[in-house]
Design a protein around this ligand. Structure first.
Ligand code: PGA
Ligand code: ZN
Length: 425
């Protein structure tokens, strides 16, 4: 039984305010969680409530969301069973009463929702991944999608594609896959140094060199995979997040860094040529969130060969996902709890994806905290993939470290999703 809900305005990895919540049960058990924040947010995401008071943090304070958390949200949660996540989250949605959670703020609601889950797990004496375990699914360690070259809205370089990721999948254990990813990251640093390119990192802990375009970024990564002693494709594959909504203007896809503009058909061709030339297994937001025709074309073109992930397209919303499934848009969904605002709705989107044969990838945001809830979420739902940045910055590494701890705790029962997680197409 929930007796107390307290909040705190803390800082995220970009130095912007965000919300942390602590839920206390009658038994004395407590749970704490913090919410992340995106930069290349989708238009249909639930609303992140900020104060807009220019006198504090450039308007980015979250004191109003904090007041909602400790006022109406706390009042609605007090006396309820923390273990009834679905019921709690329904009550939170009803309390807010808007479609986009703009009255109380998705940040206030999610902080409470996640902290309840942590408190309930503590109350049951279970690790979070056990508490959240989905009926009939054994825990599964996910393949990491590690964003080693950052561009787009996450870096001030010339790369338009937001994320160039490595996917260490051809391994027996999570720890081995992570080690391979980390070694590739270090090999990439050495290469960049040798070529006189900067090794400063972007928001998600990947390098942010001024490369001439996507192909140069991918060539560098392939060279790093080989230099680290791994086989590109077989052991360590590649993935992209185009975040194409960010460079879609007037019906054109504009790669400013490459001085090229494409129609949707030409951009499909461009992505298909990359897939032909590189061991790319996944492309996220290859088309803009409003370009359903583009999504349809891209899915027809590449949907049987690789994973096509909707991030801005689906915003972790089960209704938008259902529409996408019906119209054959993409074949996978990125899962970011703060896009929708409660853990219950996040789990519903993941369950829907599973039934529809869509892959689901648990994901961080570009603005993060030390919170590691998504690591447990990935293991509990056996979704098989997690995207949580490169091998630097403690806000990113914290999630990988949590997965290492879970793998050790599971011992001989620890299973790694491996290549099979990518093989649904
Ligand atoms: P965001 O980026 O958190 O800035 O939205 C992550 C992504 O696009 O996947
Ligand atoms: Zn994305």
């Amino acid at each position: 039984e929930i007796t107390r809900v307290e909040g705190l305005e803390i800082l995220d990895s970009r130095g912007n305010p965000t919300l942390q919540a602590t839920v206390t049960l009658a038994s004395g058990h407590q749970g704490t969680a913090a919410v992340p924040s995106g930069a290349s947010t989708g238009k249909r995401e639930a609303l992140e409530l900020r104060d807009g008071d220019p006198a504090r943090f450039g308007g980015k304070g979250v004191r109003r969301a904090l007041a909602h958390l400790e006022g109406p949200i706390a009042a609605a949660l007090r006396g309820r069973d923390a273990a009834d996540q679905a019921g709690l989250d329904l009550a939170l949605c009803d309390l807010d009463g808007t479609a986009d959670k703009s009255r109380l703020g998705a940040n206030a609601l999610l902080a409470a929702s996640l902290a309840c889950a942590h408190a309930a797990a503590a109350g049951r004496g279970l690790p979070l991944y056990r508490h959240l375990a989905v009926d009939g699914l054994e825990p599964l360690l996910p393949v990491p999608l590690m964003n080693v070259i950052n561009g787009g809205a996450h870096a001030n370089n010339s790369l338009d594609i937001q994320e160039c990721m490595i996917v260490p999948h051809g391994f027996e254990r999570f720890g081995e896959a992570l080690q391979a990813g980390v070694e590739v990251f270090h090999a990439l640093r050495s290469l960049l140094q040798r070529y006189g390119l900067p090794t400063a990192v972007g928001d998600e802990g990947g390098f942010a060199p001024n490369v001439a375009g996507t192909r140069q970024a991918l060539d560098l990564i392939l060279e790093a995979i080989r230099a680290a002693g791994y086989q590109p494709g077989e052991q360590v594959a590649l993935a992209l997040d185009c975040a194409a909504s960010e460079f879609h203007r007037d019906d054109r896809y504009v790669l400013a860094g490459e001085a090229r503009a494409f129609t949707r058909a030409e951009f499909s061709d461009y992505l298909a040529s990359l897939v032909n030339d590189y061991p790319i297994v996944s492309i996220e937001d290859g088309m803009a969130e409003d370009d359903r025709a583009g999504w349809g074309q891209l899915t027809d073109r590449l949907g049987r060969r690789i994973q096509l992930v909707g991030d801005d397209l689906f915003v972790t919303d089960v209704h938008l996902l259902a529409e996408g499934v019906e119209h054959g848009l993409g074949n996978a969904i990125l899962i970011k709890p703060n896009q929708i605002g409660t853990l219950g709705e996040t789990l519903a989107a993941m369950a829907y994806a599973r039934r529809a044969g869509y892959a689901a990838i648990a994901s961080h945001r570009s603005g993060e905290t030390g919170d590691t809830t998504i690591a447990d979420l990935a293991v509990a739902t056996a979704c098989g993939q997690i995207k949580t940045g490169s091998a630097s910055r403690s806000d990113r590494v914290a999630k990988y470290n949590r997965l290492l701890a879970i793998e050790r705790e599971l011992g001989s029962a620890a299973r790694f999703a491996g290549t099979a997680a990518l093989g649904r197409h």
